[in-house]
Write a protein that binds this ligand. Structure first.
Ligand code: ADP
Ligand code: MG
Length: 255
């Protein structure tokens, strides 16, 4: 299938009074529609910078991003961004949190609100719509954050270490859950994670970045022999350990 997004030789540096920090160098890769791509790399290598560039929040200094929408249109895919913390506001009810994106974008239309209502029911949050975020479990908060993101009907979801604030057990369940819902919604996803097991269990392809300035070290397609295609079950796939070891080697090997 054709790439809907293609990064070509992306480079980026931060400039300050103390000089220049080169964050990204010559980054090229493509993303196909409906694909889940995981990006791993050492801490501080430039992963968040790369995601901000894909989100259109930063302009690359070098390189270009090409767009190939399946319908032939040239518009940049609508992007939804989910961050490390769920960023729900305690002074707003769950309902007023999940509709916040629509409110900020002046999109509180009956049609969009119907989508929100449907997602609240589907994700089991309907009974909690008048509660405060602190009354929700970690997993429910992430579901609420996902509804807020999906309400804007993004084509491409960008997740920057979205589960790292959760404890290990919750994290396993929530990452499985959220990624299943994103698959079911038919979205394309790019996720940054420092958890190699998580990357293998969620992604169709993993991109390994080097230390700063980040370059693409390897791209690893993930094909697992599975009877049950949930991310949790993926951890028991016969190929899992071997992929983990290869990924670990790629990540830690210095050229
Ligand atoms: P990662 O997400 O992989 O941990 P980042 O993309 O956040 O890495 O940062 C890459 C490098 O750029 C780091 O060395 C970081 O200190 C630096 N950096 C990030 N944001 C800024 C900024 N706004 N100004 C200056 N340097 C920055
Ligand atoms: Mg980061």
């Amino acid at each position: 299938m054709q790439n809907i997004l293609e990064l070509k030789n992306i480079g980026y540096s931060y400039h300050s009074l103390h000089g220049e920090t080169k964050a990204l160098e010559n980054i090229s890769f493509g993303v196909r529609e409906g694909e889940f791509v995981a990006i791993v790399g050492p801490s501080g290598c430039g992963k968040s910078t790369l995601l901000s560039i894909i989100a259109g929040l930063l302009t690359p200094e070098q390189g270009t991003i090409l767009v190939n929408n399946p319908d032939g249109s040239l518009s940049y895919p609508r992007v939804g961004y989910m961050l490390q913390r769920d960023h729900l506001f305690e002074w707003r009810s769950v309902y007023r949190n999940v509709t916040l994106g629509l409110e900020l974008h002046h999109l509180l239309t009956p049609e969009r609100l119907k989508t929100v209502d449907r997602l609240l029911v589907e994700y089991g949050l309907d009974k909690f719509r008048d509660k405060r975020p602190s009354e929700l479990s970690g997993g429910m908060k992430q579901r609420a954050a996902l509804i807020r993101t999906l309400a804007l009907e993004p084509q491409l979801l960008l997740l920057d270490e979205p589960f790292s604030a959760l404890d290990y057990q919750t994290r396993l369940m929530v990452s499985d859950d959220i990624c299943r819902l994103i698959r079911a919604a038919g979205k394309t996803m790019i996720i940054i994670t420092h958890d190699l097991s998580e990357a293998i269990s969620l992604a169709d392809r993993i991109i390994v970045l080097s230390g700063r300035p980040a370059v693409v070290k390897t791209e690893m397609p993930i094909k697992l022999t599975l009877t049950d295609d949930s991310p949790l079950a993926a951890r028991n796939a016969p190929e899992f350990q071997n992929l983990f070891n290869r990924l670990w080697e790629d990540l830690t090997h210095e050229d």
